[in-house]
Write a new protein. Structure first.
Length: 537
């Protein structure tokens, strides 16, 4: 189904069971859950899929090591339950999205012998809570083994290390895969469609007034139930429903910097167990680079938050204390900032202490809102929300929840060694084939076939992304703007801003030919790419 066909379906004078507003992790997850139960579903996103918080995470699928520490030290059952649920969902996530996610080993360097038993015991408990979903066994590392696994870690004063396992993934591609999965189960998915008002019948929310941000066309989409899954912007929709509604969301900012691959070995990540303000930092191999994050500070809710100099300095300073190789701002290839939507506690001055759990509520007029949560638990959040929607709107699904065992698009027949077959059958370079296999799973051959038809050139010689991916994104993955492709269908803008600026004209040229853009539209697209890169996306 093309975007035009999706919009045509949305303009029909018919009612959906559920209208989901918000195309991030939460909204896309709900769309999969509800559609796979046989409900008639529409999903709308004002910008691009996962353009906000959901494409700006630390790329980890995790239970939350730091939450477990707080649970133990403070005897906090809420944090404990959050970790236990997260570890279960981590296992489901990796099972259902095997191409987009993978286990990763983390080294925790320790410089005081007194820290060894506490950290070791904590990570063993982390293993225990994972149950049969465990990814590996935490173990003690000698000083030499620690340096062997992460050679750039500071050797002076190093006593030992602890090895543990978590998951990692490509967040933006996961959101796209979920949207594709929802569409394949019958959902209507449309990005760049903004909700400008809520439609009510007899005082009850019964749909939304929407606007196509590309054409300016406006119409009403009717639904038995409307779900507010807009993340940090949830209060905006709640106040659209009821101007007197009290705000329930606060936000914290988490910035990330990306460095050259020499700052992280490809097999292991580094977990820095404690900063000066009691937080945890990670250095992770990701997309052939080193990803460093994250911060956690109160933040203003805005669509494209900036990473501040202070936040960048914070990461460089703390990671630098653990490295034997010098790290400066000149080594930074990309930076971005994301917002975490947190359920507000008016008494909390430190957002790092708020529980990252989700809360579901329904207004007097019937707007169902879900706030909070994290990527790892998106499936459970979706299940809980759909269950509440079925009850609150008296819906009649054909099936019970299916998502515990439903692979996302690309995962059903994924083969870990599929890249070798792509090299043999299509003559692709090894790194290009590896990227296609991991990004598209069992759909990689469709992209490889496009490469064979004349779109096999690399977009940039230092990266494995090829022109065929641009074509595929336009035809199958809801991409509308060049920045949609460069920042989310491909992760190029997240790892190398300079390379992104260099390849943008070629991507725009390809899209213009496919979409019929004139010179004016091409100039606007280039300006948008430039603007997004200037604010770190």
């Amino acid at each position: 189904m093309t975007r035009q066909q999706a919009l045509a379906a949305l303009t029909k004078d018919e009612s959906f069971d559920l209208l989901i507003i918000g195309g991030g992790a939460t909204g896309c997850g709900i769309a999969v859950d509800a559609a796979s139960r046989g409900l008639k579903v529409a999903l709308l996103e004002k910008n691009d899929l996962a353009e906000g918080t959901s494409s700006r995470s630390t790329k980890l699928v995790h239970g939350g090591v730091r939450y477990l520490e707080k649970a133990v030290k403070r005897l906090d059952k809420a944090q404990y339950d959050l970790v236990k649920e997260g570890l279960h969902e981590r296992g489901v996530f990796l099972k259902n999205a095997p191409h987009i996610s993978n286990p990763i080993a983390f080294v925790t360097p320790l410089y005081k012998w007194i820290d060894v038993p506490m950290v070791y015991a904590g990570l063993k408990l982390y293993d225990l809570l994972s149950g049969k979903m465990r990814l590996g066994h935490s173990c003690f590392l000698s000083r030499g083994e620690t340096l062997k696994r992460f050679p750039m870690v500071k050797a002076k004063g190093l006593k030992a290390g602890i090895l543990y396992y978590d998951g990692q993934f490509n967040d933006a591609r996961m959101a796209v895969a979920l949207a594709m999965t929802a569409k394949e189960h019958g959902a209507i998915v449309a990005n760049h469609v903004e909700v400008t008002g809520l439609h009510k019948d007899a005082g009850r929310v019964a749909g939304a007034v929407v606007k196509d941000r590309l054409t300016g066309a406006e119409w009403t989409v009717r639904a038995k139930g409307v779900i507010n899954a807009t993340g940090p912007f949830g209060d905006r929709l709640r106040k659209m429903d009821d101007p007197s509604a009290a705000s329930v969301i606060t936000a914290s900012s988490g910035i990330h910097i990306v460095l050259d691959k020499r700052f992280a070995p490809p097999e292991n990540g580094l977990m820095i167990p404690k900063t000066e303000d009691g937080r945890v930092l990670f250095v992770i191999p990701w997309q052939g680079h080193a990803l460093v994050g994250t911060t956690d500070d109160p933040a203003e809710i805005t669509e494209h938050p900036r990473a501040t100099e202070k936040e960048v300095d914070y990461l460089l300073r703390h990671v630098g204390e653990y490295f034997d190789i010098e790290m400066t701002k000149a080594d930074i290839k990309a930076t971005w900032s994301g917002l975490r939507p947190l359920v507000a506690d008016p008494k909390a001055a430190d957002t790092s202490n708020l529980v990252r759990d989700h809360v579901i509520s329904m207004s007097d007029s019937g707007l169902l809102t879900i706030v909070g949560g994290k990527w790892t638990s998106y499936r459970r959040m979706a299940e809980d929300t759909t269950n509440q929607a079925i009850k609150g709107y008296d819906l009649k699904p054909a099936r019970s929840c299916q998502t515990n065992h439903t692979p996302v698009a690309g995962g059903t027949h994924y083969q870990p060694d599929g890249d070798k077959q792509l090299v043999e059958e299509y003559g692709l370079a090894a790194d290009v084939a590896g990227n296609l296999n991991r990004a598209y799973g069992d759909r990689a051959r469709a992209v490889a076939q496009l490469a064979a038809e004349g779109f096999g050139s690399r977009l940039h010689q230092e990266h494995p992304y090829i022109e065929a991916e641009v074509v595929y994104a336009l035809c199958h993955e809801f991409a509308v703007h060049a920045i949609d492709v460069l920042a989310r269908r491909l992760p190029l803008a997240l790892i190398d801003k300079a390379a992104t600026a260099q390849v943008a004209p070629r991507v725009i040229e390809m899209m213009a030919k496919k979409l019929g853009w004139d010179d004016s539209q091409c100039e606007a697209e280039l300006a948008l790419v430039t603007q997004r890169l200037s604010v770190a996306l």
